[in-house]
Ligand binder design. Structure first.
Ligand SMILES: [Zn+2]
Length: 425
C-alpha cells in the first residue's frame, strides 16, 4: 500500500487500494470542505458502490481488472442533494387540471421525473410530500434497480390542518374530502407520525402555514398550533426521524423553531427575530428562491389559478430578501428547490440565484452537499470521501468562479455506476 500526497491537498493523504471495481478520473475534483481543487484525482469505488480511496491519477498503479471511467477536461463534485422536491408533481399540470388524471398517474410520471432529476446531477433528494406513499414506491423501485433515479428520502404525506395547505382544498362541500394526513390536536398528530413511519416515511413533513398553491388559505397564516408541532417533533425525534416544516408566515416559522422542527421550508417572511431564533436553535432554512421566476413567467398557462399567482407575486421577492438576511445573519442554509412547482431537471438553476442573493459559490455548493447530508443525518452521501457512496458528477468549467456551470452536468455516477456521460445515457 502506497500513500500519495495530492498536489492541492497537502493536509490529506490517500491510499491506493489493492483491488477496486471502478476508478473515476478527471482533470480535477472540488474538495467541498476546503474549497480547493485537487488535480488529477483517481477515485476508486468498490463493488458495493462505496468509495474506497482517492489517489493521484498521474502516478497510481491500477489494480488488474479495474473498470475505468475517464472524464478528461472535467471537474468532479459530489453528487448533489436537493432537500425539497416533489417527484410525483408536474409543473406543467397546475390548479384543477390535475383532477383529470387517475391516482397512479402521478407515480408513473414520478419514474420519469426521478430519471430527469438524476441526469441533472442530483443523486439524492428529500421528497417532501406525495400521496399514496408514491415516493416510497419510487424509492423501492430505484433501490431495487428496476428504474433509475436519485436516492430518495421520502416524507410520504405531509401532515396539516383541515382546510390548510396540506388538505385537499378548492372543492365545494358536496365533494367533502379530507386529505389522509389531516390532524386535529397533539394526540392525533402523534398517531399520524406513527402511521407515516409505519409505511415508510424517513422524514416527517408538516404544513405550519398557508401556501401558494393551496386554494382558499392565506399564505402567511399559521395553520398548526405550537402544541401540535411540538407533539410531531417529539414523536418523530423519538422514532429517529427529522421534521421539515413548510412555513411562509413569521408566526408559523417562529413556533416551528420553538417546537424543535429541524428544517424550515420556504421561510419567506421570517423576521429578524425569527432569523436569530433559528440561529440559536441551529434550525436549518431551506429556501426555494429559484421557482418564482418560473411561476411568474408561466402565469396561468398550465392551469395554475390566479389566486396562486397573486400569492407568489406577494411573497416571491420578499423571500429572496429574507434569504439574503438569513445568509448574512449566519443561519444554516440548505439547497431545496420545490421541484415539481417548476419542471424537474432544472434544479441546478437555483445555484446562481443563491449567489445573486448573497452566497458565495462554495456556500451554495455546500448547501447542496455537505450541509444537506448533515441536515439529513446521513454520512453516506454529500462528499467524495472513502466510505461514502460513489456518487459523483462532472461539469466543465470552474464552479467556484461561475456556479451556473452546475446547470449543465456532463456525467453522473451513482454508486459507482455511470448513469449519464460519455458511455451511458
Ligand atoms: Zn413543496
Amino acid at each position: 500500500m502506497k500513500t500519495i500526497l495530492l498536489a492541492a491537498a497537502a493536509a490529506v493523504s490517500f491510499t491506493a487500494p489493492a483491488s477496486a471495481a471502478t476508478v473515476v478520473t478527471a482533470d480535477r475534483m472540488l474538495d467541498v470542505a476546503t474549497a480547493r481543487y485537487i488535480d488529477h484525482p483517481a477515485i476508486f469505488i468498490g463493488d458495493d458502490g462505496h468509495i474506497q480511496s482517492i489517489t493521484n491519477a498521474a502516478t497510481v498503479q491500477y489494480p488488474a481488472g479495474t473498470k475505468r471511467i475517464d472524464l478528461p477536461g472535467e471537474t468532479l463534485l459530489p453528487g448533489l442533494i436537493d432537500m425539497h422536491v416533489h417527484l410525483t408533481s408536474l409543473a406543467e399540470i397546475g390548479g384543477y387540471q390535475g383532477l383529470k388524471y387517475t391516482d397512479n398517474f402521478w407515480t408513473a410520471v414520478g419514474t420519469a421525473n426521478a430519471k430527469t432529476t438524476l441526469n441533472a446531477g442530483f443523486t439524492t433528494v428529500r421528497n417532501v410530500g406525495s400521496s399514496d406513499f408514491a415516493d416510497v414506491a419510487l424509492m423501492e423501485a430505484i433501490d431495487g434497480g428496476w428504474i433509475q433515479g436519485p436516492r430518495i428520502v421520502p416524507a410520504t404525506y405531509a401532515i396539516g390542518a383541515t382546510g390548510g395547505h396540506c388538505d385537499d382544498t378548492g372543492l365545494p362541500p358536496y365533494y367533502d374530502k379530507k386529505a389522509d394526513s389531516v390532524i386535529s390536536g397533539p394526540a392525533d398528530a402523534r398517531e399520524k407520525v406513527r402511521w407515516l413511519h409505519k409505511y415508510g416515511a424517513e422524514v416527517i413533513k408538516i404544513c405550519a402555514t398557508g401556501g401558494v398553491f393551496s386554494l382558499g388559505d392565506s399564505v402567511g397564516a399559521q395553520q398548526l398550533s405550537l402544541e401540535e408541532m411540538k407533539a410531531i417533533a417529539d414523536e418523530a425525534h423519538m422514532l429517529g426521524l427529522r421534521v421539515a416544516a413548510h412555513a411562509h408566515g413569521d408566526e408559523g416559522i417562529h413556533d416551528a423553531i420553538l417546537a424543535g422542527i429541524d428544517t424550515i421550508e420556504h421561510a419567506s417572511l421570517a423576521s429578524d427575530a425569527s432569523i436569530q431564533l433559528a440561529k440559536q436553535h441551529g434550525t436549518w432554512f431551506d429556501m426555494d428562491i429559484y421557482n418564482d421566476d418560473y411561476i411568474l413567467a408561466t402565469g396561468t398557462k398550465n392551469g395554475t389559478e390566479q389566486e396562486s399567482i397573486d400569492k407568489e407575486r406577494m411573497i416571491g421577492l420578499k423571500q429572496r430578501q429574507t434569504f439574503q438576511r438569513a445568509v448574512r445573519a449566519g443561519v444554516r442554509m440548505l439547497f431545496g428547490t420545490d421541484a415539481g412547482v417548476y419542471p424537474h431537471g432544472d434544479n441546478g438553476r437555483q445555484f446562481a440565484k443563491m449567489v445573486q442573493w448573497g452566497m458565495t459559490p462554495i456556500q451554495a455548493i455546500r448547501a447542496a452537499t455537505t450541509s444537506a447530508s448533515e441536515a439529513l443525518g446521513r454520512s453516506d452521501v454529500g462528499a467524495i470521501e472513502p466510505g461514502r457512496w460513489g456518487d459523483i458528477i462532472a461539469v466543465r468549467g470552474d464552479p467556484l468562479a461561475n456556479v451556473a456551470v452546475l446547470e449543465h452536468v456532463d456525467a453522473v455516477i451513482k454508486g459507482g455506476q455511470l448513469v449519464k456521460g460519455p458511455a451511458a445515457q
